[in-house]
Design a protein around this ligand. Structure first.
Ligand SMILES: [Zn+2]
Length: 494
C-alpha cells in the first residue's frame, strides 16, 4: 500500500498587519523526507499518520509541508502564493505511480485572496492529481469550513481538544479510516452542519462548558455502532472569511441518515447554548488590580492570559503591572526587533540599561514602555518543550534579552513574537519559575495544557489587540450575515 502525506496548513489572522509572503512560508517549508523529520516522535498529525502506516507496513511518500511562518500571525495569502504550493503538491502527487490514498494535514483557517474556501480547493486539486484515490483530511478545531470540504474529501477529522493535545490521535483516526476504506471494509459517509455561531478562541477550551457540553454529546454518539467520529470545530473568528464559524461533522460507516441525525443533534445543542460562548472579561486596569488582589490572598502564581495580542508587542498589561506596583512577575516575550537589535549592539550581560520597547506593530499595541533594568541574559536560546503540547520538540528562538527591573520583575525583549506554553520559554533565559507570582502569556488556551497544573489561577484579560474576546469590536466584511453574534443580520436585528 502506497500512501502520500502532505501538510498544507495556516491559521490566517486576516486582521493582522503582517502579510503572508512566499519568502516567509518558504523559510519553514519542507519537501520529501524532511516533511516527516519535524514530526517524528513528536505528538502531531503527521506522526499519527506515520504510526499507523508503519504498523500496516505501508509505503509512506511524503510530498510537502508548508504553512508555518516565523514571527507574528500573518494575514491574507496572495492567490499566487497559494497556487504555487497547491500546484507543487498536485504535481508531486501526479508523479507517484500506483498511489492508494492521500493523508492531508490541513488547518481549516487559511484565508486566501480570490480563493474563498482554500481547504476545499486544495482537496479538489489533490483528488484530481491523485487520480481519485481516497483523500482523508485532518483539521485543527479552529477551522472555518462548510460542505465544500466534506463534498471534496472522503473523510474529515477534527481534533477534539483545546489546548490541542490530540493531533497525533486524530492523525491515527484518519489513517485507520483511510486504510479500512482502501481495503473496502469501511465506507466513510459524512454530514456537516453549521449552527451559525462565532466565538472567541479564549472561550473554546475543551475541558470547560460550553465546548465540553458539545464534546460530551459527540463522545456519546461515538458509542453507537456505525458512528465513527463526530467533530465540532468552533471556528476561528480572526479570519474574516465567507465560511467563518462553527461546523459539526459526523462520519459514519455507510449510513447517510445516521450521519445527518448526529450532525443535526449536535448542531441543535450548540444553538441552544450559543450565548454561553460569550462573556465580558476585565480590561488591563481592572484585570491587573484583581490579579494583585489574588496575589495578596496567596493564590499564586497567577497566569494572565493576554489573548488578544497576536503581534506580541502589546504593552497594555505590562504598563498596568508597572503602574500598580506588581512584583515577582515575568513577561517571557515582548516582541520588538528594533529594541532587541539595539541591545544586541550596545549592551552586555551585567549592564544596566534603559530602553523603550513594545507598542509598535498596530494601533492596538499601546504605547512603548520605558524599561530600566539589568541585562541578565542575551542570546538565541535553543530548548525542548516540556509540556503536553509537542513535548520534546526543539525550539530555536530568535534573539532575546532578559531584563531584571528589580523586585524580581522579569521582562524578555524578543526579536519576534515569543510564547511560553510551558515553562521552557522561561527557564531557557534563566527565569526561576518558582519565584514568580504572576506570569503574563500572550495566549488564549494552549498554555493551559501545562500551566493549569502549575498556576493557582488562570486569569484572562481582554486587552486591546487583533484577537479580542469581544468579537463585536471587529469590522467584518465577508462573514455569513446570519452568524451569531457578529453577522450583519444579527447586528441589525438586535
Ligand atoms: Zn487551533
Amino acid at each position: 500500500m502506497r500512501i502520500a502525506i502532505a501538510r498544507f496548513s495556516h491559521e490566517t489572522c486576516t486582521f493582522s498587519p503582517e502579510p503572508t509572503t512566499y519568502e516567509k512560508l518558504e523559510s519553514r517549508a519542507a519537501r520529501g523526507e524532511a516533511v516527516l523529520e519535524d514530526s517524528r516522535g513528536v505528538p502531531s498529525y503527521i506522526n499519527g499518520y506515520m504510526r499507523v502506516l508503519q504498523k500496516e507496513e505501508a509505503e509512506i511518500v511524503p510530498v510537502l509541508s508548508v504553512g508555518m511562518v516565523p514571527g507574528p500571525y500573518t494575514s491574507w495569502w496572495p492567490q499566487k502564493c497559494f497556487d504555487r504550493y497547491a500546484d507543487e503538491l498536485a504535481g508531486g502527487l501526479a508523479e507517484i505511480p500506483r498511489l492508494d490514498g492521500v493523508l492531508l494535514a490541513l488547518h481549516g483557517a487559511m484565508a486566501v485572496r480570490g480563493v474563498p474556501r482554500p481547504e476545499a480547493e486544495i482537496v479538489r486539486r489533490v483528488k484530481r492529481a491523485a487520480g481519485g484515490v481516497p483523500v482523508m483530511v485532518t483539521l485543527d478545531l479552529h477551522a472555518n469550513e462548510d460542505h465544500e470540504l466534506t463534498d471534496a474529501a472522503d473523510g474529515v477529522f477534527v481534533i477534539k481538544t483545546y489546548p490541542h493535545v490530540d493531533s497525533q490521535e486524530t492523525g491515527e483516526i484518519a489513517t485507520r479510516c483511510l486504510i479500512d476504506t482502501i481495503a473496502g471494509r469501511f465506507e466513510p459517509t459524512m454530514s456537516l452542519r453549521r449552527p451559525g455561531i462565532a466565538s472567541a478562541s479564549i472561550f473554546q477550551a475543551s475541558d470547560y462548558h460550553p465546548m465540553k457540553t458539545l464534546y460530551d454529546r459527540c463522545r456519546c454518539w461515538e458509542q453507537e455502532s456505525d458512528v465513527y467520529c463526530v467533530s465540532v470545530a468552533p471556528g476561528y473568528a480572526y479570519a474574516d472569511v465567507v465560511d467563518m464559524g462553527m461546523s459539526v461533522i459526523a462520519v459514519t460507516d455507510g449510513d447517510r441518515s445516521l450521519a445527518e441525525e448526529v450532525a443535526e443533534d449536535v448542531s441543535q445543542l450548540a444553538c441552544s447554548i450559543r450565548e454561553d460562548f460569550h462573556r465580558p472579561l476585565p480590561g488591563p486596569e481592572d484585570g491587573v488590580a484583581e490579579v494583585l488582589q489574588l496575589v495578596e490572598d496567596g493564590q499564586t502564581p497567577v497566569v494572565i492570559a493576554d489573548g488578544a495580542d497576536r503581534t506580541g508587542d502589546s504593552t497594555h498589561i505590562l504598563q498596568q503591572l508597572l503602574r500598580q506596583g506588581a512584583e515577582n512577575f515575568a513577561l517571557p516575550g515582548l516582541a520588538d526587533p528594533k529594541a532587541a537589535k539595539k541591545l544586541r549592539q550596545e549592551a552586555s550581560v551585567g549592564d544596566t540599561v534603559s530602553i523603550k520597547a513594545g507598542g509598535w506593530a498596530s494601533e492596538y499595541s499601546g504605547e512603548p514602555v520605558l524599561l530600566t533594568g539589568e541585562v541578565k541574559y542575551m542570546g538565541c536560546p535553543r530548548f525542548r518543550l516540556v509540556g503536553p503540547m509537542r513535548r520534546g520538540a526543539e525550539v530555536q528562538d530568535g534573539f532575546v534579552v532578559r531584563l531584571d527591573l528589580g523586585a524580581n520583575r522579569q521582562v524578555v525583549i524578543s526579536e519576534r513574537m515569543r510564547g511560553s506554553n510551558d515553562s521552557a520559554g522561561l527557564t531557557s533565559v534563566g527565569i526561576d519559575v518558582d519565584s514568580l507570582d504572576i506570569i503574563v502569556l500572550k495566549d488564549r488556551v494552549h498554555h493551559r495544557a501545562y500551566w493549569d497544573d502549575v498556576a493557582a489561577v488562570d486569569f484572562p484579560v481582554d486587552a486591546p489587540g487583533l484577537g479580542p474576546a469581544d468579537l463585536t469590536t471587529l469590522q467584518y466584511e465577508n462573514i455569513p450575515p446570519d452568524l451569531y453574534p457578529v453577522g450583519e443580520n444579527y447586528r441589525e436585528n438586535n
